[in-house]
Design a protein around this ligand. Structure first.
Ligand SMILES: CC(C)(COP(=O)(O)OP(=O)(O)OC[C@H]1O[C@@H](n2cnc3c(N)ncnc32)[C@H](O)[C@@H]1OP(=O)(O)O)[C@@H](O)C(=O)NCCC(=O)NCCS
Length: 318
């Protein structure tokens, strides 16, 4: 994993502004979620706009010319259009005219799913340089009158660049060491959008049973984090950073606690990003790499859970 980058809208929306629109308060939002503010895309600003910002930043960090990218996997729940994939729009805007580009849909687990897919393409020799992007504009599918969901999400994009390289097959290697994916569709309507091309022919709005999501998140995330540790024969004390999906500070604290990791070793951005769905992990990674917390060689555990339910983890040596 040789580069990372972020793409955020200009507009910051604080809790106070939301509390003037729905029956809520800064105090309630901060206490229950840890969120103080989030970024909201401007009029006409799309998921692909944010994705291109993140991709260009990640390519620049990696010093990688765009034409060497032969795979783009873009995780999103809020594509520019129902089809084609937002990935091909991003591909064209980066000036890339060959290779593979497609979207995947695993909601808030999207980045982990995309990372696993790209890593497997590389391991099989079907790609050498991959851009993995998580990009979402959840503001477009929120019901802005529903206080139980509209305060939780924000817009943004994050990207990483993967390049094929030989390792020793040990935990000392750099890059993606392992990934672990799960899904259980019985929970389809615990967190979903009540519209779609083949049902209502509309885009729909986010609907959520917050308590059910919360309950599953605290269990599944510590399970899948432990799965990554066991698969690599390490324990949590060997981790430098937990880079979790940013849905709720209480969920992040609970996962860290279950792993017996000091909460200070979790990268937290939910306070100023809100839940940016597929973008949250690469955004958190980019922030901690940029401010120097994450150093080359550091061992990172990424984990996420989202609608479906889907959930997953990846162990990465930066
Ligand atoms: C959404 C969440 C923050 C709600 O917190 P909670 O402690 O479970 O709160 P509850 O749902 O029990 O609601 C408690 C009360 O607050 C109210 N409430 C809900 N949203 C509110 C808001 N924005 N402002 C003020 N009050 C609110 C509820 O209506 C309820 O009122 P009632 O007791 O009069 O019925 C929490 O369930 C959560 O984080 N769930 C996971 C969500 C998530 O991570 N989703 C994305 C996964 S990728």
């Amino acid at each position: 994993m040789i580069g990372c980058g972020a793409g955020l809208p200009d507009r910051v929306v604080g809790n106070q502004e939301l509390a003037s629109r729905v029956d809520s308060s800064d105090e309630w939002i901060v206490q229950r979620t840890g969120i103080h503010s989030r970024y909201i895309a401007g009029e006409g600003q799309t998921t692909s706009d944010l994705a291109v910002l993140a991709a260009n930043a990640a390519l620049a960090y990696a010093n990688m010319p765009a034409e060497r990218v032969d795979l783009i996997v873009l995780a999103t729940t809020t594509p520019d259009h129902t089809f084609p994939a937002t990935a091909v729009k991003v591909q064209a805007r980066l000036g890339i005219t060959k290779g593979i580009a497609f979207d995947i849909q695993a909601v808030c687990s999207g980045f982990i799913y995309a990372l696993a897919v790209a890593d497997n393409f590389i391991r099989l020799g079907q790609a050498r340089v991959a851009l993995v992007i998580g990009a979402d504009t959840f503001s477009r599918i929120l019901d802005w009158e529903d206080r139980t969901t509209c305060v939780l999400f924000g817009d943004g994009a994050g990207a990483v660049v993967l390049e094929a390289g030989e390792g020793q097959g040990s935990v000392a290697d750099r890059g993606v060491l392992s990934s672990h994916l799960h899904a259980d569709g019985r929970h389809y309507q615990a967190l979903w959008v009540d519209g779609g091309p083949s049902t209502t022919k509309t885009v729909g709005h986010v609907r959520m049973n917050g308590q059910e999501v919360f309950r599953h998140a605290v269990t599944r995330l510590s399970e899948v984090a432990t799965e990554a540790l066991v698969a690599n024969g390490i324990d949590a004390t060997q981790l430098d950073w937990l880079v979790p999906h940013q849905a709720n500070l209480r969920i992040i604290e609970s996962t860290a606690k279950k792993l017996r990791l000091p909460v200070g070793r979790a990268v937290v951005t939910v306070d100023h990003h809100g839940n940016t769905s597929a973008a949250s992990i690469p955004l958190a990674l980019t922030e901690a790499v940029t401010d120097g917390r994450i150093q080359p060689g550091h061992l990172l555990l990424m984990e996420a859970m989202g609608g479906g339910f889907t959930w997953g983890s990846a162990l990465v040596r930066w």
